[in-house]
Each structure stands twice: as C-alpha cells, then as structure tokens.
Design a protein around this ligand. Sequence first.
Ligand SMILES: Cc1cc2nc3c(=O)[nH]c(=O)nc-3n(C[C@H](O)[C@H](O)[C@H](O)COP(=O)(O)OP(=O)(O)OC[C@H]3O[C@@H](n4cnc5c(N)ncnc54)[C@H](O)[C@@H]3O)c2cc1C
Length: 359
Amino acid sequence: MRELVAETMICHAEIAAATMKMCDEHADFRLPSEREGEWRFRVHFGSMILERRDEGLKVRVSAEDETTLSYMKMGVAGHMERYLGSTECIRWHGDGCGSEKPVFFREVGVVSAEQLTPHMRRLRFSARDIGRFAYGGIHLRLLFPPQGRKPVWPKMGPDGLIKWPQGDDALIVRIYTIRDINVEEGWFDVDFVMHPGLDTPAAKFAQSAKPGDVIGMYGPGGEYLPDGQHLLMLGDDTAIPAISRILGHLPEDRTADVWIEVDGPEDVIPLKFDNAAIRWLFRKGRPAGTAGLLSETLRKLDRASLPDDPFVWAACEFNDFKEIRRIVRKEWAVPRDRQLVIAYWRRGAQGDEARSEAA
Ligand SMILES: Cc1cc2nc3c(=O)[nH]c(=O)nc-3n(C[C@H](O)[C@H](O)[C@H](O)COP(=O)(O)OP(=O)(O)OC[C@H]3O[C@@H](n4cnc5c(N)ncnc54)[C@H](O)[C@@H]3O)c2cc1C
C-alpha cells in the first residue's frame, strides 16, 4: 500500500519555542531524540518529521490512509493553534489536500429503531463508503443539526482543522460507540442510553428517531484492543457497546473479567463471550453515577486471585472514573501502559464538557 504524505512549512516568529513544546508534550513518542535539527515521531497511526529550516519548520506527516493522514494534520494544526494562537501560517500540500469535504465525515440516515431494554435504544444507520469506520477506533462523533434547518456540515480548512458551522447552523456533537457495523450492507448500529435530564440532545434524538432522519457522523477514533493476556473491565450502561466491541475482538487465548453497572436485571443485555466472565451490578433505582458500585467492586477484588499483570479498562461517569483511576494508579500502581480509565459522561455536564477535569 502506498504511504500517503502531506507537508507544510510553518513560518512564524515563535516557531522554535512551539517546536520544543510539541516535542516535550510528546516526549514518550520521540524517536529518536533531536538529530541535527530534525525530530521524528512515530505513533501507531502514522509518523511525522519536523525539520528545522532557516525559513521555519518543515513538517511532513505520513500515514496509510486518508483518514489517518487527516488526523495527523489536524493534530499538528491543533497543537500549533494552542502554541501560536493562530494557524494562518499552516498550509498543507500533498495527499488529501484540496477537498473541503472531511474524509472522515459521512451524512447518515436512520434505518430503524429498537428498544433493547427499558434504558437502551438501538438505532441502525445507513451510510455510504463506511469501510474505514470498521477499524482503527470504535467511537464516533455524532453531529445533530438544528431542528427544522437544512444541515450545514463541517468543512476542512487549508490548515487541516475542521471549520464548524456557526450561529443558527451550529451542530451539537456527542460521542458514541459503533456497536456493530456491516460494511458490505452499508449499515452500523449505535446503542443509546435513555437517560434523564432536561436538555439531552442525543438521548432525545434516539428516543424519537424514525427512518429517514438524517444526522452527521465523523470518525472513527478512540480505543483499540487493549494489550495484555487478561483484561479487567469495568463500565456502566454507556460502556456496554464498547465492552461488546472489545470482547468481540478478543483473541481466544486471552481472557477477561467484566463488571457492568446498570439499574436493574431488566437492563441486562445478553453478552456471551467464551473467554469472558461478565457480572452485572444493580443500582436499584439510585441515579446513575451515584452508586459507586464499580469502584467498590474494584476495591474488594482479591488481587492475588487475578492473573498476573492484568490490563485495567474502565469507562463510566466522571466521579466513578476519578475513584477508579485513583485506585488503579495510587493503590494498585498499575503502569500507565496497562490501564485505560475514561469518563464517558458527567453528572450535570453536557457532551464533551463532561470529560474535562475543569467542568
Ligand atoms: C468514548 C465515548 C463513547 C461513548 N459511547 C456511548 C455509547 O455507545 N452509548 C451511550 O449511550 N453513551 C455513550 N457515551 C456517553 C455519551 O456521549 C454521553 O452520555 C452524552 O453526554 C449523552 O449526550 P446527551 O445529549 O444525551 O446528553 P448531554 O446533553 O450530554 O447531557 C445532559 C444531561 O444528561 C446527563 N447525562 C448524560 N449522559 C448520561 C447517562 N448515561 N446517564 C445519566 N445521565 C446522563 C448529563 O450529566 C447532563 O446533566 C460515550 C462517551 C464517550 C466519551
């Protein structure tokens, strides 16, 4: 497969300091360290070379496909926007340039809706050309257009950043997981938790969605199959789709212990994987994110009975996430590369705000 490549020359008075910041922030990925004014980064989805020139910083990104290349460009531009306050000095040339349509965006239509449990609703969406959504990340950003207006979708800027529609055309963005996908037939499923709240755009959309309704999506992104012989997984209702996807890809010779917190037995979704032991924890009417059942379970675990060196994966409400992360990092001292603990939502906060420590 031909490697795709894009380049830009960034000329800016502060570029030397910005380059150092970028290298420092990615110290873990730097390979090798600076060699004669050149830095090379290799991450699992692509690579980047920064080369100091008299006129500025030459950046070359490369990747196996256009989506990944686009993410690499976006990553560089996003960092430079933070360091330099502007991206006007970034103009990409090479593969994937010249089109305003983001390669990772699709307009998608609802095909069907199914109530799986009292608190979980599955929507099936159809879309064209979704092969790239079947690997390299299991999550999506769903883009909800304002009701009653013709949707205006995001465009790519020449700097590699997304230009979002503003004002009356602004989109509401929420992160979800691709529960299942069939590339040949052109459909994918998303399972929505039907949660309480006054203003819940995604849950409300799922509640009333009907065939033919149109939204946008972009992705994929996020988690990969965690490393390790044994997985310890903890999640609430919102994590069920991710847990299912990850277990569905778990090789036969690897094992998992899984705990899932839902409201009650009627919310259990049958998940059957030969190499995973799944236990359900019930909140019994207590609001989601207040029962603390996942961290309690982790605290009570007899670590000596666990296989050596497990990978700990957890996804849940923000306060649960903080407590689980504390146990995993401080009490268990699990190395950073053996854990992935994420807040999927936060009580009282909307969308992506939910995941910020400052929210
Ligand atoms: C990587 C990732 C993957 C995710 N995958 C899924 C998925 O597959 N399915 C899924 O249902 N969710 C998933 N989520 C969580 C989802 O993005 C959030 O629940 C999101 O906030 C829902 O948007 P909303 O518009 O319905 O509510 P928002 O407008 O975001 O929030 C409105 C109110 O509802 C509350 N709220 C939000 N979510 C919940 C909840 N689950 N339970 C109780 N109260 C809630 C908020 O605290 C807020 O007060 C995922 C999140 C991440 C980060």
